[in-house]
Design a protein. Structure first.
Length: 156
């Protein structure tokens, strides 16, 4: 990873606020001329600091009413079993985020589906059939308080 300076962090802050901001607007905001600003943005993209740009879609507006946080416990802890479960979870489009965690469970997946019936189908037809899983616990989101918030970037 490249060493980030104040300009880089300011560019990242601006893009987190509005990824559709023009280069001229970003440059003005961070006190750079447009050419060096664009070079820095491209360098941040190339280095993988900026992983991409995407639309932040309102889940409910597209009919995805239910968010479930699913805890998975892996049977017989091994790198192979954990890797197989990880691959299986990555392949499910309903899983929008997944983390290997410590504690009572081994993986935490954020699952987004239309409704409870859709989650039941996913659970019974796919999740419960995973051979690496010994236990599954589901927690249903009642209300989202904050999602996809901008990262608090470190001070330089």
């Amino acid at each position: 990873m490249p060493k980030l300076d104040d300009f880089d962090l300011s560019i990242l802050d601006a893009l987190q606020e509005d990824a559709r901001m023009t280069n001229v607007d970003i440059a003005s905001r961070v006190n750079l001329s447009p050419s060096p600003c664009l070079r820095r943005v491209r360098a941040l993209e190339k280095a993988g600091v900026i992983r991409g740009y995407r639309a932040d879609i309102d889940r409910r507006a597209v009919g995805l009413e239910l968010t479930v946080f699913v805890f998975f416990k892996v049977i017989r802890h091994s790198r192979e079993n954990a890797g197989n479960l990880q691959d299986a979870l990555l392949a499910l489009p309903e899983v929008v985020a997944c983390h290997m965690i410590s504690g009572e469970a081994d993986f935490l997946a954020e699952v987004v589906v239309e409704d409870l019936a859709a989650y039941e189908r996913l659970l019974t037809e796919q999740l419960l059939t995973l051979p690496e899983v010994t236990d599954i616990r589901s927690n249903f989101a009642i209300r989202t308080v904050k999602a996809n918030g901008p990262l608090k970037l470190p001070e330089v």
